[in-house]
Design a protein around this ligand. Structure first.
Ligand SMILES: [Zn+2]
Length: 113
């Protein structure tokens, strides 16, 4: 015992158990951190999924060719999922980008309010 009343390891065995206890507490804390991060990520997904990153309105999935393009009819935004840009950039798919841009041709001249 120290003069502050906190037991101090007096041997290597005591130090081993103190380190083991600290490691156990560290693992529990990291697991809790991971769990909270997962819960926050799920809450963020619930809140933002399929909402336009620009105006926040609900986006609609519109099938075009072999792609499901997330489209915001409120502001004309188009969101591409991972890998969809490659499909659009591929020469075989050249017409898709022009078609997407044409969807909003009238809307940009007379936007939905
Ligand atoms: Zn939008």
């Amino acid at each position: 015992m120290t003069d502050k009343g906190v037991p101090k390891p007096s041997s290597t065995e005591d130090e081993y158990f103190v380190r083991e206890d600290a490691e156990k507490k560290r693992r529990i804390a990291l697991e809790m951190k991971k769990q909270v991060a997962g819960e926050q990520a799920a809450a963020m997904r619930e809140l933002h999924y399929m909402h336009c990153p620009k105006c926040g309105m609900k986006m609609q999935e519109v099938r075009y060719g072999n792609l499901d393009v997330d489209t915001c009819f409120a502001c004309g935004g188009v969101f591409l999922d991972k890998g969809e840009m490659d499909v659009i950039a591929h020469p075989r798919q050249k017409g898709i980008m022009a078609a997407i841009l044409n969807w909003f041709k009238d809307e940009t001249q007379h936007p939905v309010k």
